[in-house]
Ligand binder design. Structure first.
Ligand SMILES: Nc1ncnc2c1ncn2[C@@H]1O[C@H](COP(=O)(O)OP(=O)(O)OP(=O)(O)O)[C@@H](O)[C@H]1O
Length: 247
């Protein structure tokens, strides 16, 4: 298992937003995290990335306990969520932005100042990432001029530049027109198999098409984890989404 959470609990005052959440993400996972509004999905992602600290429980990345590890160090170790490009680099081109992240990663690895060749390598790597996401043609345009769906792909490109083992996507297609969001998820599905992906998504059609497993969160707890077909047929899930029987 590349990522494992063990009995994660988190409360805001008397509000329990994570109740004993234990999940396991294997290499190559394409897992969806679903649940009604306020179920605690974003909170759970924030707990995994380190933006929030759990009250109890453990988080393990590649078997190592990272529960007390800082956010930046988690990224360095391969646990990344998408960046918010709209607030970060709107005037830079995707190529410039992704190259910055690649150089930052290499600097931390102590290699950035080695030679001019490493700059060329960084640019080539960035090109490769952007091509992989279908962004080669817009690589040299200011990011703010890109279509919204393309901007969301740049966010994923920035995350890929950190060389993640685990990629966390909180509604990666939010605000993107329906036809473009399916395309965006095609790209996510075709990412290298050594990357495990956990994504939050509200559109069930997308979830059922692209997730290998679905984790259903209700009131801070895991209601069930199963395949899309099993989740579709589960009466408890239907009940939750029809809004009956749950307070
Ligand atoms: N910092 C905070 N302080 C207090 N309560 C919070 C805080 N962050 C989130 N909450 C509450 O925790 C609960 C879970 O919120 P969260 O955003 O994780 O849900 P969600 O499943 O992502 O919802 P949505 O689908 O609407 O994005 C909500 O009741 C929310 O109001």
């Amino acid at each position: 298992m590349v990522l494992r959470t063990e009995s994660i609990c988190k409360s805001f005052g008397s509000l329990e937003v994570a109740r004993d959440i234990s999940i396991e993400l294997p290499q190559g996972a394409r897992y969806a995290l679903i649940g009604p509004n306020g179920a605690g999905k974003t909170t759970f992602i924030n707990l995994i990335t380190g933006q929030l600290r759990p009250n109890s429980g453990r988080i393990l990345l590649d078997g190592q306990d990272i529960t007390a590890t800082g956010t930046a160090e988690r990224v360095r170790r391969g646990l990344t969520r998408t960046f918010q490009i709209n607030t970060l680099f709107p005037d830079l081109t995707p190529l410039e932005s992704v190259t910055l992240v690649v150089c930052e990663r290499e600097k931390k690895a102590g290699q950035f100042w080695r030679s001019l060749a490493s700059h060329r390598e960084a640019i080539e790597e960035s090109h490769a990432i952007l091509s992989q996401l279908g962004l080669a043609e817009v690589a040299m345009k200011p990011t703010r001029q890109l279509a919204y769906g393309q901007q969301r792909l740049v966010e994923i490109a920035l995350a890929l530049a950190t060389r993640p083992k685990v990629l966390l996507l909180d509604e990666p297609a939010a605000g993107v027109p329906k036809d473009e969001s399916a395309m965006l998820f095609e790209v996510v599905a075709s990412l290298p198999r050594d990357i495990a992906v956990l994504f939050i998504e509200h559109d069930m059609e997308i979830v059922f098409s692209f997730a290998s497993q679905v984790i259903v969160l209700v009131a801070g707890g895991v209601l069930l984890q199963a395949t899309p077909d099993e989740v579709k047929e589960d009466p408890r899930v239907r009940e939750v989404y029809l809004g009956r029987g749950h307070g």
